[in-house]
Design a protein around this ligand. Structure first.
Ligand SMILES: Cc1cc2nc3c(=O)[nH]c(=O)nc-3n(C[C@H](O)[C@H](O)[C@H](O)COP(=O)(O)OP(=O)(O)OC[C@H]3O[C@@H](n4cnc5c(N)ncnc54)[C@H](O)[C@@H]3O)c2cc1C
Length: 435
């Protein structure tokens, strides 16, 4: 869809239409901006300017989603001074901001048997806190979590670990010094400012940092959807239970194969999803006993499943996940709680093996002080629906944070981190590395 088609979407407010449109008759050409192709009417030249350096940290974590949260806690527990840069005003990323309640891949569902816990460590610590206050529905396979409670306990855990947090800042650029990232430039209400970093962990979900650093990556397109909550919904024929009585979640996989890096496309999709969610609630009201049902909340972030994925030192392969391949540099296990296509077969949930993530899948090939965790670490296309689940993101985040903390202590590059030392450290944190 081009921007003229975008203008035609009905029932939008004038403000929204203006935000998406070029003046009629404007001459356009298509240019590549970052990883998307956008239309442009020309160019302006940005004058060079001095940018104030306002902060520095041993470890800068870009993004406070599940991966960034776990990475920050883990790095701080190694003794590093850690600064998280988050563009929203809450932690959890898609987990809490897109109303996602079940933590998938924490367990491996086994057909006709007890599910097996694959991810422990910080993921389990968070779940325990939520469980204590009744804000986690321990359904074993996919623990359902209250997003507001999760935001609160993630902030609590960051604070206890001594992590410094900066909300409302978007990482906008990086400055390199040789093969190291020296500075992260952010934009926020204080303007454009610079932050010095010894080590950087890219937990932006979209791999913003790894692209700017010149790393190799793939861009995947997937469904962009939403999860939302309805209240007064006990009698609703549709919806999934939550921790709060009478509140149900609803879900749409959304539009297929969408570009999650095109701001016009994202705005269009978010507007369409909000309309759909509202109409869904109104439709549900027609059911007996549902007359007072209401739309409780809609996602505050757009539900982008995948965009950039690192081409790492050694990507996890579909075969590796399917057969449960062992790696010498394993840093965690993950559940395998989605259907996997492998060798022209569908390996169904319940028959899937627990699979391993090696440290080398978090390592970029060029930059020496960068690690990548969460939905943009290195894996093959066929693992998109598996590698990005919250359980896996928490696990890769914890490993990346621990590795960055060790590297900061040793003053070594991320690829020089001693793997047995990293693994021993993770075991002390109750991360499962043995089966
Ligand atoms: C509709 C939908 C349903 C889903 N359902 C489930 C489910 O049922 N169970 C499950 O386990 N998983 C589910 N997922 C997947 C899961 O929620 C995500 O894959 C997971 O949250 C990714 O974690 P992350 O930390 O890698 O990235 P994100 O959650 O995307 O977090 C990235 C964070 O970085 C911040 N950020 C990004 N760029 C910048 C920047 N340049 N500067 C500063 N901050 C930045 C963002 O604001 C965000 O907070 C679903 C996803 C979607 C979209």
């Amino acid at each position: 869809m081009d921007r003229r088609q975008f203008l035609k979407i009905g029932t939008l407010s004038t403000g929204a239409v203006m935000a998406g449109g070029l003046p009629a008759g404007a001459k356009t050409e298509t240019v590549k901006t970052y990883s998307s192709a956008l239309e442009t009417q020309g160019y302006v030249k940005e004058p060079a300017r001095r940018i104030p350096v306002v902060d520095k940290a041993d470890v800068v974590v870009v993004g406070g989603g599940p991966a960034g949260f776990a990475a920050a806690v883990a790095a701080a527990r190694q003794g590093s001074d850690v600064l998280v840069l988050e563009r929203q005003y809450f932690l959890g990323g898609l987990f809490t901001g897109c109303g996602v309640t079940p933590i998938i891949n924490m367990y491996n569902p086994v057909r006709d048997g007890e599910p097996v816990k694959a991810v422990s460590g910080i993921c389990e610590e968070l779940c325990d806190r939520l469980d204590k206050v009744g804000m986690l529905n321990y359904e074993k396979v996919r623990p359902k979590v209250d997003p507001e409670a999760a935001k609160y306990y993630m902030e609590e855990m960051l604070s206890e670990a001594g992590v410094r947090l900066l909300y409302g800042v978007q990482a906008a650029e990086i400055l390199m010094s040789g093969d190291r990232i020296a500075t992260v430039i952010v934009e926020g209400k204080s303007g454009r400012v610079a932050i010095k970093a010894d080590y950087v962990i890219d937990c932006s979900g979209d791999g913003d940092i790894l692209e700017w650093a010149g790393e190799d990556f793939n861009v995947y397109k997937e469904d962009i959807g939403a999860m939302w909550r309805i209240g007064h919904a006990a009698a609703s024929p549709r919806g999934n239970v939550t921790c709060i009585p009478g509140v149900l979640t609803r879900h749409t996989t959304g539009e297929r194969q969408q570009d999650g890096l095109d701001m016009y496309n994202l705005t269009r999709i978010q507007l369409g999803l909000r309309k759909m969610m509202w109409e869904d609630a109104m439709d549900l009201r027609k059911n007996p006993g549902c007359e007072d049902l209401y739309l409780l909340d809609t996602p505050s972030v757009v539900g982008v499943r995948i965009t950039r994925v690192l081409n790492s030192v050694a990507n996890v392969t579909v075969e590796g996940a399917a057969v449960g391949k062992s790696y010498d540099d394993v840093i965690g296990f993950t559940g395998g709680d989605s259907t996997l296509s492998w060798e022209d077969k569908k390996v169904k949930v319940g028959s899937r093996k627990i699979w391993q993530v090696p440290y080398s899948a978090l390592l970029p090939k060029k930059v020496t002080n960068l690690l990548v965790a969460g939905r943009c670490f290195g894996f093959e296309r066929g693992l998109t629906y598996d590698a990005r689940e919250i359980g896996t993101c928490l696990m890769t985040g914890q490993a990346a944070g621990t590795a960055a903390g060790i590297a900061a202590l040793k003053r070594c590059g991320c690829r020089e981190v001693n793997v047995p030392e990293l693994q021993a450290n993770l075991r002390r944190q109750k991360v499962k590395l043995d089966w």
